[in-house]
Write a protein of this length. Structure first.
Length: 288
């Protein structure tokens, strides 16, 4: 945007007429995120409370539109990355969120587990070590005090507090396990997702090129990584309907995992009465 045009628009921000403000908003939202720095400078130098409030609103709308555009681009890819999707959803609430600190936190967890691994370890032994470091050392757990809190859905908040909901904890567990090259994948099972340890190449399972019955055992991240063996699996399969039974043998696509995360977030905001956030997130689900 030409500098003098932006200056002209900003002079209108103190107009008490909301219709004028929305015309200004419409024009400014045509610009990319580079305009945010200029708006922040104006906010810092303005002494008008109405102008500051409106600038805050404009910046938030620019950031939301940017996040939505990035999620749309992510969703359009043939091969999706689970971490990228989780990070972008977290930027919805925390637009200033930086990538590097998040990657450092996950790498520290991965490294602590990897240092305990040996080539001779069995699959169960590797998962046992992962569980010990993840749940006992780092103390990741389900938030039982505020289980419906929206904060339990954001990657940065869960990494900082070590508290989450079944979906977010299972996603982070899956990301850590993947970074260790373990053949695991998120299992979309009711409201209590599991992690399946597969005995074949996970990439083929994700793309649906394998029939079921390839899971050696399951891990329940909502229960400190409790391992569910063959007998328990048989019981679960006998007591669930056909649709849920099929999910137990299928690796959940990353796109669906992110949908489950957003649905959980929508439920949290709906209960809190944050209808504007619910509306925005429903738009994101439609993109996916």
């Amino acid at each position: 945007m030409i500098e003098h045009k932006l200056d002209s628009l900003i002079t209108l921000l103190d107009d008490p007429d909301d219709s004028v403000f929305y015309l200004v908003l419409e024009e400014i939202l045509k610009e990319d995120t580079s305009i945010v720095d200029r708006l922040e400078h104006i906010w810092e130098t303005s002494m008008d409370e109405l102008v500051q409030k409106r600038i805050e609103f404009i910046i938030r709308q620019i950031q939301l539109n940017d996040t939505k555009a990035k999620i749309k681009k992510w969703a359009s890819q043939k091969t999706l990355d689970l971490f990228d999707g989780f990070f972008l959803i977290s930027r919805y609430q925390y637009p200033e969120l930086k990538l590097k600190p998040i990657l450092v936190q996950l790498e520290n967890i991965r490294k602590d587990i990897w240092l305990e691994f040996r080539n001779s370890l069995t699959s169960l032994e590797k998962i046992t070590i992962l569980n010990h470091i993840f749940f006992d050392h780092y103390q990741f757990t389900i938030d039982l005090i505020n289980p419906e809190s929206s904060q339990n859905c954001y990657l940065n908040r869960v990494l900082d507090s070590r508290r989450g909901n079944p979906v977010s904890i299972t996603i982070i567990y899956t990301l850590v396990a993947r970074s260790l090259n373990l053949p695991v994948h998120y299992i979309d099972f009711k409201k209590n997702p599991l992690v399946g340890y597969f005995d074949k190449d996970i990439s083929r399972l994700v793309h649906g090129n394998e029939n079921g019955n390839q899971v050696l055992f399951y891990v329940d991240p909502s229960n400190k990584g409790a391992i569910i063996g063959p007998k328990e699996v048989d019981y679960i399969q006998q007591t669930t309907d056909q649709a849920e039974k099929e999910k137990l043998t299928q690796a959940c696509p990353d796109r669906t995992i992110i949908k489950r995360l957003i649905e959980t977030l929508i439920s949290a905001y709906d209960q809190a009465g944050a209808l504007e956030k619910v509306y925005y997130l429903n738009e994101i689900v439609e993109i996916l």
